[in-house]
Design a protein around this ligand. Structure first.
Ligand code: FES
Ligand code: FES
Length: 179
């Protein structure tokens, strides 16, 4: 039987067609087949979060997703977060507040943070705030809650203090834009 399939992926609103080995991860398809190197490979086994992308708006580590299984889903990578020259508020906050040192974990941190802000706004529980709040507007994301919700994104440089500050600022600005 053939070990390859032609697939069509919806990435940042654009349709990309390619032939992949069935074992190809979404991460390798992005980086090695489509030259989309914004998404980073750290551990390649689901432990560091460097490869985080959004699948249908929810966070996913692309090293644990098969490219063939991503067909039909809406894939958003770091390259799709800005609107033209206008950075996403979370990107801008990372820049303004130096939310990085070497920058290798940063695309994954930003993708994760953007989803965290939506999860929080939608009242999804976390280990820090375990109440579901479908009715009430959520309070601002606390530093503890950011640390908890972002705990799947490791930073080998240890830039966590400024990462948390950048996510908090990005959350406040996203909320201001949507309210
Ligand atoms: Fe995917 Fe580390 S490279 S989680
Ligand atoms: Fe270097 Fe996070 S900034 S790994």
């Amino acid at each position: 039987p053939s070990t390859h399939s032609a697939i069509s992926l919806n990435i940042n609103g654009e349709k990309r067609t390619l032939s992949v080995d069935h074992r190809t991860t979404l991460l390798d398809a992005l980086r090695e087949r489509l030259d989309m190197t914004g998404t980073k490979k750290g551990c390649d086994q689901g432990q560091c979060g460097a490869c985080t992308v959004l699948l249908d708006g929810r966070r996913a580590v692309s090293c644990l997703q098969l490219a063939v299984a991503a067909e039909g889903r809406e894939i958003t990578t770091i390259e799709g977060m800005a609107s033209g020259d206008q950075l996403h508020p979370v990107q801008q906050a990372f820049l303004d507040l130096d939310g990085y040192q070497c920058g290798y974990c940063t695309p994954g941190q930003i993708c994760s943070a953007i989803a965290v802000i939506e999860e929080h706004a939608a009242g999804w529980p976390s280990a820090v705030t375990d109440d579901v709040r479908p009715e009430a507007a959520p309070p601002p994301l606390s530093a503890d809650e950011i640390r908890e919700r972002m705990s799947g994104n490791l930073c080998r440089c240890g830039a966590y203090v400024s990462i948390v500050e950048a996510v908090a600022r990005g959350a406040a600005e996203t909320q201001a834009m949507t309210s």
